[in-house]
Design a protein around this ligand. Structure first.
Ligand code: ATP
Ligand code: MG
Length: 430
């Protein structure tokens, strides 16, 4: 019978990769702690309407990328394609916004039915930040700084911060008219995707990847010129704050985000080392979303970072990151009575905080010792038939063994409690 495979675009993370993921997660957790940002966890499954209303019907995500199905109660459900709509829903549902501004982060899997390729999957992972109830330009810079510093703490180099302002909803409505008229006059020259978007999502045409369309757009009316004085002043203040923090950025007037809820600041952090999927982190201000989802008018800014792309970058670093967690003790035993005592010893040491692996093979001692060496453990505990009778454990320092003292003979025989004490004492003075 053919063996079963994972679904296309759904990827397993194997133990050898997990060290890097945990390192990223721990670093992110620490950066969020330092910035006074609390974690929130929301369900993977939501009512479809949340995303249709939140992200926008005309977006790629809602239009063609969502995993949507009817549950057994005939409700339309969707696996979350992003985190912001869910976080905002939860904040409204639980009245968090009446308790003051919220500084929240989330992490976990997202689902989009896209064509899988390097850095693009159907189940992928994001870490995201949402600052709800923050209006000032410094908050935009603060949100960006948290992302920038997280990437710096991980040692990722060669990143660029691209920045744009999408203006207010009124600015965009005005610009939209200008742009639609301009695109209409050049309909024949556009690629098919862009033609289809002229009326449904004209701003999205601006970041078309099609070379012909790109060249044509050089002449298009710019969003920057359609911004009101207030919007321009706001954008200048964000740039000043970033400059004051020493965070370099480049203005990209073509940068529009794929989701409908953004206004004013929009940004992406990109890397030249990721091929076509260059964006590691994307975000911006979404002052209209909370109200649009039924909450009180609340200014907000946030971002989401793609874990797969970040891990891809980190795995290209020369410096190896985050080796597998080191074992303290490897327990080898032979015979039934000895196996039970080995298990009891492993448990005793684990309860005291040591990392312990027990060899369950019952193989010859020589083989078990080879595995003990390969395990990277600092010590081996040996329980043979005689030790089992005496209630003792042989202790062997594998580092000393590696430095020349060959052989499987234990260095000393101790009771389990004395062995634990000896290891704890040795671990205190490394
Ligand atoms: P893209 O233009 O690459 O499709 P996007 O604008 O759809 O990105 P967002 O919705 O802003 O992306 O998500 C934020 C980040 O999540 C992206 O910058 C990227 O790093 C990551 N991301 C988005 N979609 C995927 C995916 N299908 N697979 C892996 N990572 C993804
Ligand atoms: Mg996308």
């Amino acid at each position: 019978m053919a063996s079963l495979q994972s679904l296309r675009g759904m990827v397993d993370l194997l133990p050898e990769q997990i060290g890097l993921w945990q390192h990223v997660e721990a670093t992110a957790r620490e950066q969020f702690r330092r910035a006074g940002i609390a974690e929130i966890r929301t369900p993977l499954l939501e009512v479809t309407e949340l995303f249709a209303r939140g992200i926008g019907e005309a977006t790629d995500v809602v239009g063609k990328e969502m995993y949507t199905f009817l549950d057994r109660g005939e409700r339309s459900c969707t696996l979350r394609p992003e985190g912001t709509a869910s976080v905002v829903r939860a904040a409204i549902q639980h009245g968090l916004l009446s308790q003051g501004p919220q500084r929240l982060w989330y992490g976990g899997p997202m689902f989009r039915y896209e064509r899988p390729q390097a850095g693009r999957q159907r189940q992928f992972h994001q870490i995201g930040l949402e600052l709800l109830g923050f209006a000032d330009a410094c908050s935009d810079a603060e949100a960006i700084a948290v992302a920038w510093d997280l990437l710096a703490a991980l040692g990722v180099g060669g990143l660029a911060l691209e920045l744009n302002s999408l203006g207010s909803a009124e600015d965009r409505a005005r610009y939209r008219e200008l742009l639609v008229a301009w695109l209409e006059q050049r309909r024949e020259l556009l690629d098919a995707d862009s033609q289809a978007r002229i009326h449904s999502n004209p701003l999205r045409v601006l970041d078309s990847k099609h070379p012909g369309t790109q060249a044509l757009l050089a002449e298009a009316p710019s969003l920057a010129s359609a911004l009101s004085d207030d919007s321009q002043a706001r954008f200048a203040a964000v740039q000043q704050a970033l400059a004051a923090l020493g965070i370099p950025f480049v203005l990209n007037p073509r940068l529009v985000r794929g989701l409908d809820y953004y206004s004013h600041t929009a940004f992406e952090i990109t890397s030249g080392q990721l091929g076509a999927q260059a964006t590691v982190c994307g975000g911006g201000r979404y002052d209209g979303l909370v109200q649009q989802l039924g909450g009180p008018a609340t200014p907000a800014i946030g971002w989401a970072l793609g874990m797969e792309r970040l891990v891809l970058l980190l795995s290209q670093l020369e410096r190896p990151l985050a080796a597998a967690p080191a074992l303290d003790l490897y327990v080898v035993s032979r015979g039934e009575a000895a196996a039970t005592q080995a298990l009891a010893l492993a448990r005793l040491c684990r309860q005291a905080g040591l990392a312990v692996e027990r060899d369950a093979s019952g193989a010859a001692f020589g083989k078990q010792f080879k595995r003990a060496d390969r395990s990277g453990a600092r010590w081996a505990a040996v329980i043979g038939e005689q030790e089992a009778v005496d209630g003792l454990v042989g202790l062997k320092d594998l580092r000393a063994a590696a430095s020349g003292q060959e052989g499987a003979q234990p260095d000393q025989r101790l009771s389990p409690a004395a062995l634990l004490q000896a290891l704890q004492a040795a671990l205190k003075r490394p």
